[in-house]
Design a protein around this ligand. Sequence first.
Ligand SMILES: [Zn+2]
Length: 395
Amino acid sequence: MAKTERLFYTDCYLRDFEARLLAAEPDARGFRVYLDRTAFYPETGGQPADRGTLSGIPVLEVIEEGEAIAHVVGQKPDAAEIVGRIDWARRFDHMQQHTGQHLLSGAFERMGNYKTVSFHLGAEISTLDLDSDRLGRRQIEEAEELANQVVFENREVRIFFKSADEAGQLDLRKPTLREGDVRLVEVPDFDLSACGGTHVNRTGAVGLVLVRKFERMKGVTRVEFLCGNRALKAARSDFALLTESARLFSGALENVPALIGKRAEELRTDLRAREKLVKRVAEYEARELWSAAPEKKGRKIVRQVFAAEDHDEAKMLAHAVAHLPGAVAFIGVKGKPAALFFAQSAGGAADMGSILKQTVAQVGGKGGGARDFAQGGGFDEARLEEALSVAEGLL
Ligand SMILES: [Zn+2]
């Protein structure tokens, strides 16, 4: 397909343009439309494609095909004279994120010669990967401050073209592999890169470069950042979350971390106290059941079924019964699936592990254990009483 003139190369602020329809090829989603010139940026270099309309028809995707640019549309335009219109809010957002990336990459380069190995501009967040996993919070903040310093100075973002040979002589942030004319993007005395993307024309339009988080991976540090309007939205939503948290804790915003810490400590204390109580209740309950339990071959048989939500208490009761003399506990717990805890006083004549295995062999499920304590489950709760009878029969 014939070369498409890229209007965004020289004017990133062009929102409406006129062009001539060269061809329309069938595509799974309709047609691939080719024009003599376009302001639509195709998906490339980590930056997503533009959206908008061609003569009123929505553009679904913009694809780079070598020198040509294909616009994917649902229907074919009627006339050869095309009026293109870029979805400006989306494009300007991309320009802010992309220019912010140049500033952040430039800052990392200046600070510690950290090279940007890749960049991704996402629908929500953007990331860049640095060629080192030795960066910490302090270096990240330093680069963030330096990038914002350049934003506040509102420097010009200059675009110009050089031949590949001439460009090779320049101090580019990253060497270019392009042939022919190379498009260069410069923030004077700060950053010079070969780039085909769309940028704001002065650094002030980036608004703010906000690093959200970073992650060290094998040989790489991935830095998540937001610029411009996205940074504003993030700051707003962070503040709303903090305000809501403070409201839930009935405290001031700045006290939220301390309040969470205090509440967590209280919760831990309460849990410990509760565990102690449950154990004591189990001991009392065990003694009561043991006293009333029928005797079989000189052993007190405690047989009991618990509700599903009392799973932990059931296990504790089995242990508590086994602490009493000459006792055997056959404890079942309802639920989907059901559970079993078998226990006997230390040195008892039976083998709980073996009884449990034989029981689940009959009612389904699985389990096992040692001589004095065994557990299992994984069968239908409707067979719980049957399971306990089988176990008792095996004594
Ligand atoms: Zn760029």
